[in-house]
Design a protein around this ligand. Structure first.
Ligand code: SF4
Ligand code: SF4
Length: 263
């Protein structure tokens, strides 16, 4: 199996898979758009400064690259056509080898934000790697939420596993995620993480899964040992193999293999 960390804004899968990742390849990405001003055309009317919602333009008309996301409101506002764009370095995609298998992830440059196209690049490299390795499956850790990066994370997926926590926020989010997965016609399964912390909300989440025909693969009980394992950078299933959370994760893994036929 090949792992793909598609949560490009906060990649952390490599931390959960042990503290050592041997880097096999790095690919630099140049896909960020940054504004700059052609001062021979600029009349210093300051319309661009008013238009920029990111505060990326200073009063002396410097554009701070780390704050500019290339939106391009300033260029629309500029009556002189003095604002242009250049493509800049946005980060790199890393393919690494961990104790548990190959992993693809992105490392963004300072001030850069994840985008759907970056996630797509990470996913495509993961797909190539899986093909080369003859892997039976690609496991994608999707970006949270329902935005562009999440949509890009689930594009082409055969199955999705919705991991919900018994909190009101998670209950609200899963309804949106389910709508998204239904839209893309992706067969979905459910998992409850930190089960037991709020029985009422947990029951509501299970009802949502039931109503939507989403099979619940299992519940991972709230377990302080998980935090301890994370702080030691060891997966809980290795850190404490007999703990209730480890046993639940193993059961869920087996069940997922059984219902999908992937392992
Ligand atoms: S492109 Fe957008 S973020 Fe960048 S300076 Fe112009 S208005 Fe601001
Ligand atoms: S809007 Fe155009 S002309 Fe006006 S200050 Fe900005 S770059 Fe210069």
């Amino acid at each position: 199996m090949v792992g793909v960390d598609a949560d490009v804004d906060a990649p952390n899968l490599y931390l959960l898979l042990g503290d050592f990742m041997e880097i096999q390849s790095e690919e630099e990405l140049y896909e960020s758009k940054k504004a700059f001003i052609e001062f021979d055309r600029c009349t210093r009317c300051m319309k661009c400064l008013e238009a920029c919602q990111n505060g990326a333009i200073t009063r002396d008309l410097r554009i701070i690259p780390e704050l500019c996301d290339g939106c391009p409101a300033c260029a629309f506002a500029c009556p002189e056509g003095a604002i242009k764009f250049k493509i800049t370095y946005s980060g790199k995609i890393i393919v690494g080898s961990t104790k548990y298998g190959k992993l693809v992830m992105a490392k963004l440059a300072l001030g850069e934000r994840g985008s759907g196209s970056l996630v797509e690049s990470v996913r495509n490299i993961g797909r190539r790697l899986a093909f080369d390795e003859g892997a039976s499956a690609i496991l994608v850790d999707a970006a949270a939420g329902t935005g562009c990066s999440t949509i890009s994370s689930i594009t082409g997926a055969s199955y999705a596993v919705i991991v919900a926590e018994p909190t009101p926020t998670s209950l609200y989010e899963i309804n949106r995620v389910i709508d998204l997965l239904k839209h893309f016609k992706i067969k979905s399964f459910g998992v409850i993480n930190k089960a037991g912390i709020n029985k009422g909300v947990e029951d509501e989440i299970v009802n949502v899964f039931d109503k939507e025909g989403i099979e619940l693969l299992g519940r991972v009980p709230y377990d302080p040992l998980v935090l301890e394992a994370v702080s030691h950078m060891v997966p809980i299933v290795d850190y404490s193999p007999k703990s209730a959370s480890s046993l639940a994760i193993k059961r869920i893994y087996d069940k997922l293999g059984e219902v999908t036929g992937l392992w």
